[in-house]
Design a protein around this ligand. Structure first.
Ligand code: CP
Length: 306
């Protein structure tokens, strides 16, 4: 493994498969009565989240504790960031306390790359702006492989706010590297210019994108990142792009419905689809712990602790 996990763009196919295979072993630990191994005993991991998070922060913390790391969460809202300290100064001060790893989420694309350049600690990107969210894409791939037995050759439709989504970018990079047939759909105003150069199909027709799909991944409408109106109303958005049972019926009979969360029910996805028989949304969350254990383990050197 490299020093840091900054994005899927840095990973080879073999490295992705190594993480997915290691995740299988880590998941078994989570099924034991005592869900703890000494692998990261004596290692310190700092979770530095500048943006809200439920799933990623919690699952990193659970993963760190299951591997016996000493883990601490920096509450940015209660830190000297509010007194004007820069990201770089905050990072260098945390670094001075010699943690082994820093898991960071930040609103600016590339913030983790900056940290990786100045810190000896290993940096894990937990989502940087509209750039990448590598562990989300890894847990998505693990979930797809668990259900379908493979990624190569599958049709995966990704629907929603394509423009503001770091989840989209990491998933496109990962799924195309592993040979999936990736279809994107969303409003024309939310399709990133030149995205098809990444080897994906793009359609403004959800019906076309989901036809015979093996997996449908819905993306959240990220109103907090929008400046201006990208579509007339949330009601109209749901009418044209929302995932309804009728649209799901166009996919393969064994399609899986995915969403990275948090969900806007009734905006990008109907509640009966989110909670329905094809949904694997909570399985994605469960798999997130094992994927993050695998990433921590491999970055720590892939050896059990003394
Ligand atoms: N999927 C995801 O990143 O969720 P959180 O924002 O809750 O971490």
């Amino acid at each position: 493994m490299k020093k840091d996990l900054l994005g899927i763009s840095d990973l080879t196919r073999d490295e992705i498969y190594l993480i997915l295979d290691t995740t299988e072993a880590m998941r078994e630990i989570g099924q034991r009565p005592i869900k703890k191994v000494p692998t990261m005993r004596g290692k310190t991991v700092v979770n530095l989240f500048y943006e809200p998070s439920t799933r990623t922060r919690t699952s990193f913390e659970i993963a760190e504790k299951r591997l016996s790391a000493d883990t601490l969460n920096v509450a940015v809202a209660a830190s000297s960031v509010l007194k004007g300290e820069t990201l770089l100064d905050t990072a260098l001060n945390i670094e001075a306390m010699t943690p082994d790893m820093i898991v960071m989420r930040h609103a600016s694309s590339g913030a983790c790359h900056l940290l990786a350049q100045v810190c000896k600690s290993r940096i894990i990107n937990a989502g940087d702006g509209m750039h990448e969210h590598p562990t989300q894409a890894l847990l998505d791939a693990f979930t797809i492989r668990e259900h379908k037995g493979r990624i190569e050759g599958l049709k995966v439709a990704i629907v929603g706010d394509l423009l503001h989504s770091r989840v989209l970018r990491s998933n496109v990079l990962l799924l195309t590297k592993l040979g999936a047939d990736v279809w994107l759909s969303g409003p024309p105003t939310m399709i990133p210019v030149g995205i098809e150069r990444l080897g994906v199909h793009v359609s403004t027709s959800v019906e076309e994108a989901v036809a015979d799909a093996d997996a449908i991944m819905m993306l959240r409408i990220q109103q907090e990142r929008m400046q201006g109106a990208f579509f007339p109303s949330l009601r109209e958005y749901f009418h044209v792009f929302g995932m309804t049972a009728a649209r799901v019926a166009r996919a393969k009979p064994d399609v899986i419905i995915m969403h990275p969360g948090p969900m806007n029910r009734g905006v990008e996805i109907a509640s009966d689809v989110a909670d329905g028989p094809y949904s694997v949304i909570l399985e994605q969350v469960a798999n997130g712990v094992a994927v993050r254990m695998a990433v921590l383990y491999l970055l720590a050197g892939g050896r059990d602790g003394d």
